[in-house]
Design a binder for this molecule. Sequence first.
Ligand code: COA
Length: 145
Amino acid sequence: MNIIKEIPSKETYIVRQPVLRKGKPIESCIFEGDDLKDTYHFGLYNSGELIGIISLFTKINSIFAEKNQAQIRGMAVLESHQKKGFGEALVKHCENFCIEKDIKLIWFNARTAAVGFYKKLNYQTVGKPFDIKDVGEHYLMYKEI
Ligand SMILES: CC(C)(COP(=O)(O)OP(=O)(O)OC[C@H]1O[C@@H](n2cnc3c(N)ncnc32)[C@H](O)[C@@H]1OP(=O)(O)O)[C@@H](O)C(=O)NCCC(=O)NCCS
């Protein structure tokens, strides 16, 4: 059985570390703003095991005119569980949460390897790729929801 529920930031480290910060210390899994009251973390449990995560930060990107925006960060599914629809379920959960909160635009910096995944979910890239130190090449992506 699959369940998606809100989780504390610290629980995301179980997935953030092996997927997003491979070989790096646990401290590298702490994101600035993780514990702000308007930051939300969701976990997908598959047969009781946390296998996927997504976080939503209330952060404005001035490139977009929309006032009600949120940023997705820390999107990850354990390697053993990828390509089974769990990532898509997490993004859709986040989108529904945003709709309830009257957030009109979701944006994020996507790793180049994940751009195809987000395009399938109707997100668009903006501009050229850029480098994020220690993580690699990214594209700014967004969707009006
Ligand atoms: C990117 C990621 C979150 C996708 O999660 P997932 O559970 O594997 O994806 P899903 O199974 O829900 O895929 C949904 C669709 O996107 C496709 N897809 C998945 N990953 C893809 C990729 N990297 N590139 C292109 N398409 C991809 C799937 O084939 C599927 O297509 P379909 O509906 O036609 O079958 C996951 O692979 C991951 O954690 N990757 C490593 C970390 C990462 O890059 N995170 C994103 C940081 S910005």
